[in-house]
Design a protein around this ligand. Structure first.
Ligand SMILES: Nc1nc2c(ncn2[C@@H]2O[C@H](COP(=O)(O)OP(=O)(O)OP(=O)(O)O)[C@@H](O)[C@H]2O)c(=O)[nH]1
Ligand SMILES: [Mg+2]
Length: 446
């Protein structure tokens, strides 16, 4: 923490880098108010937008005309005094204002994620909310946005805190029972009275642990692999889905050799689609064989395999032995006449060339993903860190329940451990080693 001393006032461009109509420069810390008085010359009202000329703090140089927003702490994002300058978004203007701020004593450029780190240290956000905020900044699709927003606004933390409170309530009672146990042996069975409550609590947690698979999928993306024999149009399909030339397409079978990945937003669902080398028997080409190995490996890790065929081909290919769920599509439907199409109407007919059937294909893919993961509703848990804390909490409750006829002290110890896991989850305890990991993904200015 020394390096990031909170005595210093920090500033940074908080809006995106590059040309923009408006750029937001945020300042947080004790000197924030001084920045206004040195640079704006006229005072501004708290929590109101004021139009001001912005001057260099030591030279009589006009830097820009801007909107100034003054937020006195502690009711601010960081918990400190904060000022935001909404200036013109050109590069020179931004660097002139940033340079000017660097000349004010006690002010320095913020490190990546430092505004949020201060928000955490000042109790404005907990760890789960911060993780949600990090996800919100990186959210690329609608379901990612919804899940991240839910976490960042504290919906998940509220549940974790409620569970923790309930556990601490039971723990308090057990501890009191332990203290009085010699005088009053009615307490012998103190845990039994809480059995139903603890079972209910751990089942609730288990349910959210099950949902965490969906939470992680929403964060990381669903893995969909395009596989099939050579030349059926796998690369043409990925290009169609990505709306750009991701992969080389040619009429020479065996064109694709490597696995190519693109991240796509399909109806709001984050999907990582992979194009792969076509699978066929009897290839003597070493590179093609290596490519086929990669196809099989990618298919094993897939959440869903799209098996692409053309009419008249075997639907299954023995080279692709995978447990993953499959959707079969028949490509090049544009080459078929109507009779052929109606004879094969049970298969999903598409044409990567004309786009026919592609919308139905995307809808089916999304439906299958939703079926597989029980919908795409925001999950409470979306990271390994959150999952393992909750799993250990459930273990603790189970441990306590197993002590029903055993030692009350041991049961209390298990519950204390379970409650601590929830404290750790939201960052009430043992946070130092986690902070650097969590803030690694944050950008400067957040
Ligand atoms: N008529 C028609 N041709 C298509 C369609 N999709 C792909 N093709 C053509 O089929 C040939 C093979 O397409 P690719 O997309 O390279 O096939 P692939 O499955 O990726 O082939 P490999 O990389 O060799 O495994 C190309 O000439 C494409 O233009 C389609 O829907 N209709
Ligand atoms: Mg290809």
């Amino acid at each position: 923490m020394n390096k990031l001393s909170s005595h210093q006032t920090i500033y940074s461009l908080s809006s995106g880098a590059g040309l923009a109509g408006v750029a937001v420069i945020r300042v947080s810390g004790l000197q924030a108010k001084l920045c206004i008085s040195l640079m704006c010359k006229k005072p501004v009202k708290a929590r109101q937008a004021s139009f001001r000329q912005l001057f260099h703090p030591t030279k009589d140089v006009l830097l820009d005309e801007c909107l100034v927003l003054w937020f006195p702490g502690p009711g601010t994002f960081t918990g400190e005094d904060v000022v935001e300058f909404q200036i013109h978004g050109g590069r020179a203007t931004v660097s002139a204002v940033v340079d000017a701020l660097s000349e004010i004593e006690g002010c320095r450029q913020a490190e990546a994620g430092e505004f949020t780190r201060r928000a955490f240290l000042n109790g404005r956000l907990d760890l789960v909310e911060i993780e949600g905020l990090g996800d919100l900044i990186h959210a690329q699709t609608e379901v990612q946005r919804l899940q991240a927003l839910n976490q960042s606004k504290g919906a998940a933390s509220a549940v974790f805190n409620r569970w923790r409170k309930e556990l601490i309530g039971v723990l308090g009672y057990l501890e009191a029972s332990i203290d009085f146990i010699e005088e009053d042996d009615v307490n012998e069975n103190a845990l039994a009275g809480f059995r139903d409550k603890l079972i209910h609590l751990r089942n609730d947690m288990e349910k959210h642990l099950t949902d965490s698979v969906r939470g992680e999928i929403v964060r990381d993306g669903v893995r969909v692999v395009l596989a099939g024999e050579p030349n059926v149009g796998k690369s043409s399909i990925i290009n169609y889905l990505a709306r750009r030339d991701v992969a080389i397409v040619s009429n020479i079978p065996g064109t694709t050799r490597d696995v190519l990945e693109v991240q796509l937003d399909l109806n709001g669902i984050p999907v990582i689609v992979s194009d792969t080398a076509g699978l066929r028997d009897g290839s003597q080409d070493e590179i093609e064989q290596a490519g086929m190995e990669r196809t099989k490996a990618a298919s094993r890790k897939a959440d869903l395999v799209i098996w692409v065929t053309v009419l008249g081909q075997d639907v299954e290919n023995l080279l692709l032995q995978t447990e993953a769920e499959k959707i079969v599509v028949v490509n090049k439907a544009d080459l078929l006449d109507h009779e052929n199409i109606s004879a094969n109407s049970r298969d999903l007919m598409i044409s990567a060339k004309t786009g026919a059937g592609m919308e139905a294909f995307i809808n089916l893919l999304c439906e299958r993903v939703e079926e597989k993961f029980g919908g795409m509703e925001p999950a409470l848990i979306s990271r390994e860190r959150q999952k393992s804390a909750l799993m250990m909490c459930v273990e603790g409750i189970d441990g306590a329940l197993n002590e029903e006829h055993g030692s009350l002290e041991l049961a209390a110890e298990q519950l204390r451990m379970a409650a601590n896991q929830l404290s750790k989850l939201v960052g009430r305890i043992d946070v130092e080693d986690l902070l650097d990991v969590i803030f690694r993904d944050f950008c400067v200015g957040k």
